[in-house]
Write a new protein. Sequence first.
Lengths: 80, 407
Amino acid sequence: MSEKEMKFEEALEKLEKLVKQLEEGGLSLDKSLETYTEGVKLIKFCNKELNKAEKKIEMVLNEDEGYTDVVPYEQGEELN
Amino acid sequence: MIQWGFIMEKKIYLITDISKYLKDLLANDPILNSLWITGEVSNFHHHNSGHMYFTLKDENSSISSIMFRSHNSKLTFDVEDGMKVNVHGYVSIYEPRGTYQLYVDDIEPAGKGALYLAYEQLKAKLEKEGLFTEEYKKNIPILPKKIGIVTSPTGAAIRDILSVVRRRFSNLYVLIVPSLVQGDAASSQIVNGIEYLNKRGDIDLIIVSRGGGSIEDLWAFNEENVARAIFKSSIPVISGVGHETDFTIADFTADLRAPTPSAAAELAISSRLELEKDLNNNHSRLINAIKNKLDNISNRVKIVTGKRIFFHPEELFAEKTQNLDDLSRQIEWNMEKKLNLFHEDFRLLNSKLESLSPLKTLSRGYSITSKKETIVDSINNIDIGDQIRTQIKDGQILSKVLETEGG
């Protein structure tokens, strides 16, 4: 697992904790607002991570000398 | 000469000739030159040369058998003593020893199929080695960004997988590593694909996949090199091979087995969708919680500011003023009481004091006699000629003692 995913997981975990704390309602107003702000930051971070990956389908060419170029995958090939 | 001639007429064969003759005979026999024989394997020996030697026997007879390396290398399963087999080959003479033997070019297990047996054998072997052990299974990343798929670029599997990927609108990078998925070359291509993806360093999940087919079609996924490549992969591997009922060795070795290719795609992506849902859920909970908090606080403020005291603050003082009056009245009363008690005490003490005063006694006609400032209260303190002073009500008498007399 790469470091980024760990971060995502951590952020999500932290977010869950904050939400729970806030829901329990025992925090002062200042602390509540602080918690909320931090939660929003974590959500932004997680969303960014979620949408970071590119949306692309490619195929590596397998020539005699091994794997060579990576080219866009053509859906048409599946008709063969 | 006659004898010689006789001898000349005798046909004498060389052993080699006979062997060759017999060999030809057998080779031309329509049965012996190509036949299936069933029996049990015994004295099995796989020689360093690669050739296999064993005896095929039944209850009454046995036949020495040899299977050359060129043939036995194609066997999918391991031959073992006691195994019931059908062998194919021809019967011929081994000239150096003059024995006939069976030259085997194919063996299949009697009863179950060869592939099935090979499958069972490999499964048992790898299981024993721990390749299927749960503790070696890697976690499937919760948010894979780049998925490598080792499969045929033209097969049903990739079509199914990509349709799931497209349907889910997933932000995914998919890299297809084309590979044969059936036939002799398939397993090594699958292995190469897995190794290639590991070498790239940017892929965080691998799917190995092919669509459904017969056990022969799926065979590459039951081969040892594929199982070992999956096990060795430092990138987690999801297998999606054949149909739901197909369990290949690759499935057992993979970090996660998906019943079908599209299920493999779902498993790879669904965690991602779950995360999105999770995140959205947390988002709305966060907003609700802070909203509740703020509502709660503004309610409290409303309740507090709505109290009567904010509109009639003087009531706060009125009560206090009254309280103060009460207290001062109480203090006055208490002081008075205390003073009265004090006066009473004083009066009592004074009268007591007065009754004890010597002046009071003197006024009744008594006197006090003293000698040199000491009060004379005994005849023994007085000597004749002493000067004494007598205090009476209204003056003092100074006298000289003429005589004393005990009383």
